[in-house]
Design a protein around this ligand. Structure first.
Ligand code: HEC
Length: 223
């Protein structure tokens, strides 16, 4: 893009030099009007079909390349409820506490109590919310401890989405440590716990049974 702009600017300069000095009606820019199509012609000559991985017949744009298996593998890191995809690595509550202070507390508050909107609280088992009274009182604060059905998906979420400005920057062991810290702060596991894949799969969330699988199969009965 920069190259095209500067060559267009050069043509504009040259056209300005050629303009008769006494031409009061035409500014140099107006007399240089053909320079823009000349610059665009470079773009139009671009042979999309010649680009490796470029578009096939009938496609207009030569943007991007085909994703390789290794690129797809790098992005394909989601961890489901059963936790079968959890990677190797491990982290303790203590390690997670230190990471939380340096990487997360600025938004989620010291100890996870929440920050200025939209940064949600992550910790806080408000006693009035115990018993899963959310339908009756939508104002009750939902946290990891009182609302998440699975611990495995906490790992998944942190790994893919946090910290907000640099998602994907944490190692798997750091994510285990942060998951351990947040689960301990929500009184789901003990402060002395170290989590790895097996230990995380074994964690049962307090309100797990309040969630039911949506087994509707479609059709007119589903609204
Ligand atoms: C720049 C601010 C910021 C930082 C730093 C940050 N977060 Fe977040 N976090 C957010 C926001 C905003 C949301 C809500 C996102 C949404 O709902 O789409 C969120 C959501 C979350 C949630 C989901 C909460 C829920 O119950 O839905 C978790 C878990 C979480 N963050 C963990 C972390 C951890 C762990 C770190 C540190 C490694 C971190 N965050 C750092 C802003 C931040």
């Amino acid at each position: 893009m920069r190259r095209h702009l500067s060559s267009a600017a050069l043509v504009l300069l040259a056209a300005g030099c050629n303009s008769p000095a006494a031409d009061g009606d035409q500014s140099p820019a107006a007399s240089a009007a053909p320079a823009v199509p000349a610059a665009l012609a470079t773009f139009e000559r671009y042979d999309a079909a010649a680009v490796p991985g470029g578009p096939g017949p009938g496609k207009r744009y030569a943007l991007g390349t085909a994703a390789s298996t290794s690129v797809i593998a790098r992005w394909n890191t989601d961890v489901g409820a059963q936790g079968t995809e959890l990677p190797p690595g491990k982290g303790s509550v203590g390690e997670g506490s230190a990471l939380y202070t340096s990487l997360c507390a600025s938004c989620h508050g010291v100890g996870g109590v929440g920050g200025i909107a939209p940064n949600p609280p992550l910790v806080g088992r408000d006693s009035s919310a115990e018993g899963f009274r959310f339908a009756r009182d939508p104002q009750l604060t939902k946290t990891i401890g009182n609302y998440w059905p699975y611990a495995t998906t906490l790992f998944d979420y942190i790994k893919r989405a946090m910290p907000l400005a640099t998602p994907g920057s944490l190692t798997d062991s750091q994510v285990y440590a942060l998951t351990a810290y947040l689960l301990a702060a929500n009184q789901v596991i003990a402060d002395t716990t170290t989590l790895d894949a097996d230990a995380l799969r074994a964690v049962r969330m307090p309100y797990r049974d309040r969630f039911v699988r949506d087994d509707r199969t479609g059709g007119p009965g589903v609204r």
